[in-house]
Design a binder for this molecule. Structure first.
Ligand SMILES: *Cc1c(COP(=O)(O)O)cnc(C)c1O
Length: 419
């Protein structure tokens, strides 16, 4: 059963200061989870998590993760600028982008970030933008085909199609890229790959690690490159549905350690540092979208209209994603009413839940929409003139801090050229 990290009373007190809807993050949950990740990989001396900024590009959150020892993984110019302003320096920044404009490589290089090249042609983009290649560099690998794990009666636990994904270099390209980068003066090399998204399996990282460790051994032999780090990227998921089992990060770390000892250590590569670029796993469960019920409508179905909409949380509309909903104060009431929970956009996919069994809801109730800490506020937009909400932090002492104010109509009009 999923329990929200705040009570009705807390939510009402907060709503009296910061009107709904708002996103709120749980500082204790974020810190405890980051510490569990670091403990799971403590066996690897160089280990670092580079938080995927795109999941929650909010400076107040990035600073908490920085205090927990994390770096940042950026994919755009503004994410680089934000990370710089948050105090991330040099190799605390990973730059993993694709279809990359030269100016973004130039800023990444100026900040001393580790650049992760998505395509072999980006060596030339980098050369024209920066004039040289950095001493330490990473290349993104795409093995093609399909990637699957753990077959059961319901199908594969993990199934994705790297062969259809726009990211990364082929096996022969990555060897060629290493040779060329070496000629151009690069001295330290990394490998990166992202094969499956939101995985719920303790076997995903170990399986990916085996592929990358094997590749590292081969590339070292073929190219003579000095491989000093391997980036397992993102993709470790969270259970959005209450019946789904959570990943066990300790077992995941242990599975990766076994692969490391079987493949890298015997090849004389027992000093390779590992890194991760988790986004969802670091933040999703530690955010709620809090929204108030404005309206009930009973036509062919029973609708509950709330003051948030897909502009505040796009995942249900975009992917049909499930987000659990708790009616605050009715945590233990029977779920004996079937509702569609909707926002106000003039789009019929603006529904946070369809045919969801919930306790009886009244106008004025507060709902907590779960697991919105990653890819929640971040994917916000302004369709229908709806404005992005505030982001708040529930601190460990129970106090609340504003991390980002809600947008106002002035923000919405600020970019208009009226004449
Ligand atoms: C999105 C992304 C991540 C984070 O993915 P999660 O599924 O949120 O863990 C990491 N690395 C890269 C390159 C990404 O694009």
């Amino acid at each position: 059963m999923k329990r929200p990290f705040l009570t009705l009373q807390q939510a009402e007190d907060i709503a009296a200061r910061y009107p709904t809807p708002f996103h709120i993050y749980d500082e204790r949950g974020i810190r405890d989870n980051a510490r569990r990740l670091y403990r799971a990989f403590a066996w690897n001396p160089g280990f670092r998590e580079y938080f995927a900024v795109k999941a929650t590009p909010t400076p107040g959150i990035l600073k908490i993760l920085k205090e927990e020892g994390c770096g940042v993984d950026c994919s755009s110019l503004t994410e680089l600028m934000m990370s710089d302003r948050c105090g991330f320096r040099g190799e605390e920044i990973m730059f993993s982008s694709n279809d990359t404009p030269g100016e973004e490589f130039a800023l990444a290089a100026r900040l001393g970030a580790i650049i992760n090249l998505d395509d072999i042609s980006h060596i030339d983009t980098l050369l024209s933008a920066v004039g040289s290649v950095p001493r330490k560099i990473c290349c993104r690998f795409n093995p093609g085909g399909t990637f699957q794990l753990g077959e059961s009666k319901e199908g594969f636990q993990v199934m994705d199609s790297p062969g259809d994904a726009k990211y990364g270099m082929t096996r022969s390209q990555i060897a060629q890229a290493y040779r060329r980068l070496k000629e151009l003066g690069a001295e330290e090399f990394g490998i990166h790959a992202f094969l499956a998204s939101n995985t719920l399996s303790n076997e995903y990282y170990p399986a990916l690690a085996r592929i990358l460790f094997q590749l590292a051994v081969e590339l070292k032999e073929e190219t003579g490159a000095h491989i000093t780090f391997i980036n397992l990227s993102g993709g470790v998921g969270v259970p959005y549905r209450p019946e789904q089992p959570a990943n066990d990060i300790e077992r995941i770390g242990e599975g990766v350690r076994r692969a490391y000892e079987e493949l890298l250590v015997p090849a004389g590569m027992g000093d390779v540092a590992l890194c991760t670029e988790l986004g969802r796993f670091m933040l999703a469960p530690y955010g709620h979208l809090i929204t108030r019920v404005l309206h009930e409508k009973h036509t062919y179905k029973d609708y509950i209209g709330v003051d948030a909409c897909a502009a505040n949380l796009m995942r249900p509309a975009m992917y049909g994603a499930y987000h659990h909903i708790t009616v605050l104060g009715k945590e233990d009431a029977p779920c004996d009413h079937k509702y569609d929970v909707t926002g106000a956009l003039c789009e019929n996919n603006d529904k946070f839940a369809v045919d969801r069994m919930l306790p009886e809801i009244a106008v004025g109730d507060l709902l907590a929409i779960h697991d919105t800490g990653a890819h929640g506020h971040a994917m916000g937009y302004q369709y229908n003139g709806r404005l992005r909400s505030a982001e708040l932090l529930l601190r460990e002492d129970g106090s609340v801090r504003l991390l980002r104010r809600a947008e106002t109509p002035e923000d919405y009009f600020a970019t208009v050229v009226w004449e």
